[in-house]
Design a protein around this ligand. Structure first.
Ligand code: NOJ
Length: 585
């Protein structure tokens, strides 16, 4: 299959069928189309710094990605999402953008992007890029102009500048804290050398927040969307899609204890978390922005998509991001945050299907990304570990790696049987664990610096991935340089050590993706199968029966049913602890 996007506006694609789905809370029925690629796609997240380094400087790049795309074709994914590769001082690994319409020389050039995009499309792989609209880098010319222009200017109104409190404006405008730790406000020095206004940064001080009530900001981002759509991208993952509008008057607010970092965690229905109450998350005004973006995308051919990174709860609220005239997908972080526990999983799956189908959207499923502890480690951690805090040598509840890997394989085997779209994060197909023992001096996440090492942050899930066990940097970079050190044990997890090896995690993923496509599970309908013990989750999706054992007691498999695949050995006819099996229903 070859894909090609061009610049022309067009009518809906051929082959789409109209589907009526149930009405949300008694409202009008939702008319949707049922065959768009993103409803069922398996989307592979590339973290460009850590995927493949062609230049040899120790940081992955676009030519590196192009050179390795064939292996993703072999894996059987439908699309790639690339974390930011745009011009950036890299204070938050590229989520601090200084030019939204150019490639940072670290990663290559626009021509390298075009080559990468073309090769991906030749292989039938769609390409999603990351858009970072909540904030820019402080080095962006728009912010530099705002600093120079002075209080009250149009340039200052692009961002969230405010006068300070106190007799001389020496106190921040409110008590908000940065997601990365420390205050969310920084005071600037005005042109006359005197202390001046403060600007808001929900993240690092080098990431000033835009003022999205300003039409000028909205117009700039419409142009940015057009720039990448015209370059043939298939869509955008939208960073901090729940944060762009702040509550009127910027009221003081203190987060509940132990909040996760990107928005306070995505808890199940009914649980009070920061994302439900913060005056900077999930404000009603964000939805107008996405309606405008959706209208723009609708003028382009080829089912271009918007996927929200919205750490919002409950799931019924996340569904607001994917109403028919807004985004297409939203990450299902409630699913990601669910423990490896049958009742919890069943609850979150039910809530997900109900919430997303009520607005005619597919559910997404995700277990790992570049902000969370890799699930081959996370699922076996035995202590509380709020999202974004990371793991290091002194963390509580460090897991048994073998248990973690076994659970991760079982969890992925279950996830890829669910109807809807799934995201996988580079390296999880190799069974990579979180790197816990990174030397302090190697750590680079702003969270680590802003909390004086109290939170390890996200470096442990960002270590460059291994390709060939006997090459320098395990094939990541020909020079052997890597921006974060790789553990020696990763030689055994390198792609070439797993390819074609029965039972390897890579072969498990390849088989899962092939069978998922063959049985059209992404498009399917699931039904719970009752009668198992409380630690077991069982369902059918079409003609596939899925049984997952999250407990320790072995479970008898249905006699005579053909086994399609299993996450661990089931040849004895029983499903052991932490194992998932697919059988013919
Ligand atoms: C969410 C991104 O996934 C994360 O990596 C980044 O640090 C923050 N947004 C700020 O852009």
């Amino acid at each position: 299959m070859t894909l090609e996007n061009d610049q022309s506006a067009a009518a809906p694609s051929a082959g789409q069928s109209a589907v009526l789905s149930t009405a949300p809370e008694g409202g009008d029925p939702v008319v949707t189309t049922g065959s768009e690629w993103w409803r069922t796609a398996v989307i592979y997240q590339i973290y460009p710094r850590s995927f493949a380094d062609a230049s040899g400087d120790g940081i992955g790049d676009l030519p590196g990605i192009t050179a390795r795309l064939d292996s993703l074709g072999q894996l059987g994914i439908d699309a790639i999402w690339l974390s930011p590769f745009f011009t950036s001082p890299q204070r938050d690994a590229g989520y601090d953008v200084a030019d939204y319409c150019d490639v940072d020389p670290l990663f290559g050039s626009l021509a390298d992007f075009d080559r990468m995009r073309a090769k991906a499309h030749e292989l039938g792989i769609r390409v999603i890029v990351d858009l970072v609209p909540n904030h820019s880098s402080d080095q962006h010319v728009w912010f530099q102009e705002a600093l120079a222009a002075g209080p009250g200017s149009d340039e200052r109104r692009r961002y969230m500048f405010r006068d300070g409190l106190g007799a001389n404006g020496e106190l921040p405008p409110n008590n908000w804290e940065s997601v990365f730790g420390g205050p969310a406000w920084t005071r600037i020095e005005e042109a006359d050398g005197e202390p001046g206004q403060w600007y808001l940064h929900l993240f690092d001080s080098t990431q000033p927040d835009f003022d999205w009530t300003n039409r000028w900001v909205r117009d700039q981002f419409l142009d940015i969307l057009r720039f990448w759509l015209d370059r043939g991208v298939d869509g955008f993952r939208v960073d901090v899609a729940h944060g762009m509008i702040k509550a009127e008057g910027l009221p003081d607010w203190t987060p509940p204890a132990a909040s996760g970092s990107m928005g306070g965690g995505a808890g199940p229905e009914g649980e009070e978390t920061a994302s439900a109450t913060a005056p900077y998350w999930a404000q009603e005004g964000v939805h107008d922005i996405y309606r405008e973006w959706r209208s723009l995308l609708n003028t382009y051919e080829g089912d271009r998509v918007l996927c929200a990174e919205a750490w919002v709860d409950p799931l019924s609220k996340v569904a607001l991001w994917v109403r028919q005239d807004e985004m297409h997908q939203a990450f299902n972080f409630a699913y990601l945050e669910s423990p490896w526990d049958a009742p919890a999983l069943r609850t979150v799956i039910d809530q997900s299907l109900e919430a997303f189908s009520s607005v005619g959207a597919p559910s997404t499923w995700v277990l790992s990304n570049h902000d969370v502890v890799r699930h081959a480690t996370r699922l076996a951690v035995t202590a509380e570990n709020p999202q974004g805090h990371g793991l290091g040598p002194t963390s509580a509840g460090l897991p048994d790696p073998a248990v973690g890997l076994r659970r991760a394989r079982a969890a992925t085997t279950m996830m890829l049987a669910l109807p809807g779209s799934s995201y996988i994060y580079q390296g999880e197909e190799l069974g990579l664990p979180e790197v816990i023992h990174l030397p302090d001096e190697a750590r680079q996440d702003p969270t680590w610096f802003r909390t004086d090492g109290e939170r390890y942050g996200r470096d442990g899930c960002r270590v460059p991935i291994p390709w060939e066990s006997d090459k320098p940097a395990f094939g990541f970079s020909q020079t052997g340089d890597t921006w974060l050190p790789q553990p020696a044990e990763w030689a055994d997890l390198a792609r070439d050590a797993q390819l074609g090896v029965p039972g390897s995690t890579l072969e498990l993923y390849r088989t899962l993706l092939a069978l998922r496509a063959e049985h059209r599970l992404g498009l399917g309908t699931m039904q719970w199968v009752e009668g198992y013990s409380g630690d077991v989750i069982a369902f059918t999706n079409g003609h596939v029966l899925v049984i997952a054992n999250t407990g320790t007691e072995a479970v008898e498999l249905p006699a005579g049913a053909e086994i399609l695949l299993a996450s661990s050995d089931v040849s004895s006819g029983v499903l052991g602890a932490d194992t998932t099996v697919w059988m013919k229903a």
